[in-house]
Ligand binder design. Structure first.
Ligand code: NAD
Ligand code: MG
Length: 336
């Protein structure tokens, strides 16, 4: 989410409803047997106009937290039809928190199509989204492990890592992506329970999970944290959430230095406004949702699929000299 809330309404009037070009869709048959490309998934080819994609104004919508991708209008693009793999993560073993929807789902689908086995964690209420992701991982010919549970418990975080390691036969990619974001107009509206839940989910859980995972990570392994442009440019109505993202960016940089001698890389991804369940289940006000993404230079929110390539890059051997960095994807605004 960008903090430029005030500019969103006027900007919306300018860009709202403008019909820009549609993404180039390649015709499939030549690619039909490409490894990592499931049947029926059109490979990404040709030019994609970065202005293309769903734009504000969006329909009013609200779901109880944590929200389901399948119930959003329009449905987010997690790369189901577009992501095409080329063996960049062959034989790798990944655990992704929040892997049922949003950026976590996009990373899970891309990792599987790049040849990795993938374990995903999510809340029991998100079983429907999780099942869809698990089906796509299996369709890509890889092992999928579904581990529902609440990350606010240290005991569960330890169990999660233990189960992932056992089921995958090891672990070499950890994507700490799950987060809680609830908009509150005033600090006076943030209860201690609220504050605690945000800190437990966004700060304690990565701490517990990384500690549990570390003994299993061999040299060449990668840890990726999902941070946010909120780390450096916080919105006024995301007091507690934004500070957890500053903490995320900070631990990425600290741990990168600490773990370099062990051959483990640590990097972050800093999204701008992305069309995911987090935003429609209390993460944004209705007003912000309707004009979501309009304040960015591209005039639209990003789709989770548009970040999949960054998660792949940060995990693969090709980025072996990259550690302690934060990659942004914010439609032209924000700072990583
Ligand atoms: P999302 O709702 O799809 O993903 C968040 C996930 O967090 C949920 O699917 C849920 O499984 C998980 N989660 C939350 N609380 C949990 C708990 N207590 N136990 C277990 N799992 C829990 O939304 P998203 O936008 O894809 O979020 C993914 C990451 O992206 C988050 O770290 C978020 O802060 C970050 N981010 C999102 C945006 C955006 O605009 N959507 C912008 C910047 C950063
Ligand atoms: Mg979800």
């Amino acid at each position: 989410m960008s903090s430029n809330d005030e500019s969103s309404v006027s900007r919306r009037a300018v860009v709202g409803g403008a019909a820009l070009g549609v993404a180039t869709a390649a015709t499939g048959s030549a690619f039909a047997k490409t490894p990592g490309t499931p049947a029926g998934a059109a490979p990404a080819a040709g030019l994609k106009d970065p202005r293309s994609g769903p734009k504000p104004p969006f329909e009013k919508q609200s779901q109880p937290w944590p929200g389901l991708s399948s119930k959003m209008t329009p449905k987010p693009d997690n790369g189901e039809q577009s992501y095409r793999g080329s063996g960049r993560l062959l034989g790798r073993k990944a655990l992704i928190t929040g892997g049922d929807s949003g950026m976590g789902a996009a990373a899970a689908i891309a990792y599987a199509r790049e040849g990795a086995d993938v374990a995903i964690n999510y809340l029991p209420a998100e079983e429907e989204d999780a099942r869809a992701v698990v089906a796509l991982i299996r369709e890509a010919g890889r092992k999928a492990v579904a581990i529902p549970g609440d990350l606010r418990s240290e005991a569960f975080c330890q169990k999660l890592v233990e189960t992932a390691v056992k089921e995958l036969g090891g672990l070499d990619i950890l994507v700490s992506n799950a987060a809680r974001q609830q908009t509150r107009a005033s600090i006076l509206d943030v209860s201690s329970e609220d504050f605690d839940a945000t800190m437990k989910t966004n700060i304690y859980a990565p701490f517990w999970i990384i500690k549990a995972a570390l003994p299993h990570l061999k040299p060449g392994s990668a840890i990726i944290g999902t941070t946010s442009e909120q780390a450096t440019d916080p919105s006024k109505d995301l007091y507690d959430y934004a500070m957890t993202k500053a903490a995320t960016t900070n631990y990425v940089r600290s741990l990168a230095k600490q773990l370099a001698p062990r051959g483990i890389r640590v990097n972050g991804v800093a999204p701008g406004p992305i069309w995911t369940p987090l935003q429609v289940s209390g993460g944004a006000t209705m007003e912000k949702l309707e004009s979501f993404g309009s304040m960015t230079p591209l005039g639209r929110p990003g789709q989770p699929a548009e970040l999949a390539g960054i998660y792949v890059l940060l995990a693969e051997n090709g980025a072996s000299y990259t550690t302690g960095h934060v990659y942004g994807a914010a439609g032209g605004g924000g700072m990583p």
